[in-house]
Structure formats: structure tokens, C-alpha cells
Design a protein around this ligand. Structure first.
Ligand SMILES: [Zn+2]
Length: 135
């Protein structure tokens, strides 16, 4: 599966982290970890920004993180017009691993500090992404 299947509007067909989309399709939300220095990245990076190694592996995000912050977009950029309003948030999984994503449509009454999880989301048109849900 190519990266063109990722997100509501995908601007990139091929990346070195294309496996990310296959993993989402399998129900797994994974980032990459550097085999040299242990730095973790989400979304996944093909190369380590810390030590410049290309020797990377995959790791599954923890099932539970903390809602760090959120904001609601009343106007959306190109490709997302039909979705507004929607709420974007940051989840902190600890050890420097954070995820930036939308809150699930049925996510009500978000509170900073609450337990949340990141899960795959498949749109009606077959596109795949990830979203934040209550843990
Ligand atoms: Zn590294």
C-alpha cells in the first residue's frame, strides 16, 4: 500500500516510511525508533534526526497517553473543508514521544491531563489516518 492511502488529503505518494500506512490498515499505530541511539519518532521518520543514522526499527505506540493540549478549528485548509469544525490535540506518551492528531468525532468534553489513546481511522473513501480516542 502506498502513502497515497494516508489521510484525508495526501500530498505524497511514496516515502521511506510507507509501511506506516500498512500498519494502520492492520490496526497498529507505530512510530520509528533509532537502533543506534534509541530516539523515538511519531509520526515515523526514516532517518534519525538526533544521530543521523538510517538504521531504524518500528515500535508500537503505548496504548495510553495523556491529553496535553487541544484546539478546535472552525475553518479548514484545502482538502479538509467538509470536516470543520474539528478538534486537534497533542498526546504525550512520555519519553519524548508525542502524537498530534484529531480527536475522534464522538470525543466529548476533552480535558487536559485525561487518559487517551491513538487509534487507526478508515474514512468512507478508503483513506486511512489515525485519531485520538478516550482510553
Ligand atoms: Zn539515532
Amino acid at each position: 500500500m502506498g502513502f497515497d492511502k494516508f489521510g484525508r488529503k495526501s500530498f505524497t505518494s511514496f516515502t521511506k516510511t510507507g509501511k506506516f500506512v500498512d500498519l494502520l490498515a492492520e490496526g497498529k499505530v507505530e512510530g520509528t525508533v533509532c537502533k543506534q541511539c534509541g530516539a523515538k519518532y511519531f509520526p515515523p521518520r526514516a532517518d534519525c534526526a538526533k544521530c543521523l543514522s538510517k538504521d531504524m526499527d518500528w515500535f508500537e505506540l503505548p496504548k495510553k497517553g495523556t491529553l496535553e493540549t487541544f484546539t478546535t478549528a472552525m475553518y479548514a485548509p484545502f482538502g479538509f473543508e467538509a470536516d470543520a469544525p474539528y478538534t486537534m490535540a497533542v498526546v504525550d506518551f512520555g519519553a519524548g514521544v508525542k502524537a498530534f492528531a484529531r480527536l475522534a468525532k464522538d470525543f466529548s468534553d476533552p480535558k487536559i491531563g485525561m487518559d487517551v489513546t491513538v487509534r487507526p481511522l478508515k474514512y468512507d473513501d478508503g483513506q486511512i489516518t489515525f485519531e485520538i480516542a478516550k482510553a
